[in-house]
Design a protein. Sequence first.
Length: 278
Amino acid sequence: MKCRSIFFSFLFILCCFQGQAQSAFNVKVVGKGSPILLFPGFACTGDLWQGVTGELSKHYECHIFTFAGFGDVPPIGKPWLPNIKDSVIKYVNNHKIQGATIIGHSLGGTLGLWLAATEPAMFKKIIVVDALPCTGVLMMPGYKSENIGYDNPYSKKIREMDSTAFLEMAKQQTAYIMLNKDKKSQVVEWIMKADRSTYVDGYVDLLKLDLRADLTKIKIPVVILAATYPNKAAIEKNYNEQYANLNEKTIYYADNAAHFIMYDQPEWFLSKITESLR
């Protein structure tokens, strides 16, 4: 009986340890000063921000995130994006971070908007880098969030791809979202390293998210850095429509830049980030 009791006690401790070990993200903290949370885009790691954190860490405390399922961070269960959002709120509360600015690229920018709409008093400002409150509406005619599910033909196709086909897809995608040829291999490497289930189901979470109506809940300033490639007029129209419900916003358009503005226009990007943080 005593051995059995010890066994169940050990099993309970092990389960608790495993539950704690499964984190929604890893965070690297550098610098001192006012806090900044830096969220990378989909499939990318916190290394995305290397071009700006060297300068920012001289004056700010930078919390650099890599989300579960990407880089070296183990995957978590579904729903991936809501779990990350809730975990960021817990992280801020547990570490007693006050008045943080969020800088988010792509999915990271959309996440920042969601956090600010959910917790209007928790953050100081958001800097959104080439991100929209509703990505799905760009992808799907007659978009309705409730019609998007995890089990769909496209997700099934991506999930079942072998590594050769997945690599070819990653190269094709990257060709359209950045102009800097030297950095394309890095983004492809991140995509290839991603946990496949996270890559598939996490993207569904992003497509389902529609924050356009919730933008009215955001009470802090939002700075938006938008890439203009391949059609500036169409992109301006898109941003004006999607952000129509956001009151306090400033939009800067990066010429000669695609989705990865920090790689295509690094000097302009750092200048706008530092300027927006003042």
